[in-house]
Design a protein around this ligand. Structure first.
Ligand code: SF4
Ligand code: SF4
Length: 212
């Protein structure tokens, strides 16, 4: 499999497949809105920067974890990367196990990355008074984004996207750190894939680390 569309097709007709498709549609909508927002306000990350991923561990929902797990198992099929996620269980701070220090394309699951990774440095948030603000990411020493923007018009805000995400979630919006959430979803998806008779996540027939 090569893409999220392939994953949705492979799991078609199951709860997991429907949830992946719905989440992917939400991500597409968010991508369109945040790209347009960033373009309009000249917001960009510095080229090659991925410092945020070095310093935090994403808190993610069950639906987000399922998509990341499916991407790792059936698109990336990278045993070392899956082992790395398992090894990071218990870590509550960065780096994220999916961060690649040695590549300019830092995220190993870019197409399936969780919501917070899509919004960090790319969208406004609401202050205590309900006003929409954009603040420059604190790692952006290159100043490729404005320091502070205050909005009176309607703009995409992080909290709205977060509500939209949690409303889709079968785990009632309960979040957890990426390594544990993804590990648990890898187990479930492998079981489901065997039921659907397409489990190809172990290309070299090495023992499954999840079974140990
Ligand atoms: S959000 Fe900040 S740290 Fe993350 S990639 Fe953009 S500039 Fe770099
Ligand atoms: S999932 Fe990808 S984008 Fe998100 S923190 Fe990890 S490496 Fe960074």
């Amino acid at each position: 499999m090569d893409s999220i569309a392939d994953l949705c097709l492979a799991f078609d007709g199951t709860y997991a497949g429907d949830a992946m498709r719905t989440l992917s549609e939400l991500y597409t909508q968010i991508e369109l809105e945040t790209s347009s927002f960033c373009k309009q306000h000249e917001i960009a990350c510095a080229e090659g920067c991925g410092t945020c991923c070095e310093h935090f561990m994403p808190d993610i929902t069950t639906a987000e974890a399922r998509l990341v797990a499916a991407y790792l198992l059936f698109v990336k099929r990278d045993r070392a990367l899956m082992d790395r996620v398992l090894e990071f269980a218990g870590n509550t701070s960065g780096p994220c196990p999916l961060y690649r220090f040695d590549s300019p394309y830092h995220c190993s699951v870019y197409a399936a990355r969780p919501l917070i990774c899509r919004l960090f440095g790319a969208c406004a948030s609401q202050d205590k008074e309900g006003n929409a603000l954009f603040r420059r990411c604190r790692f952006n020493k290159e100043e490729t984004m404005p320091l502070l923007l205050k909005f009176t018009e309607d703009v995409p805000v992080m909290q709205d996207y977060s509500y939209a995400l949690r409303s889709l979630d079968d785990g009632e919006g309960v979040v957890g750190y990426l390594p544990e959430k993804v590990a648990s979803m890898m187990d479930q998806l492998q079981f489901l894939a065997r039921m659907l008779e397409f489990d190809d996540s172990n290309p070299d027939d090495t023992p499954n680390p999840l079974a140990s």
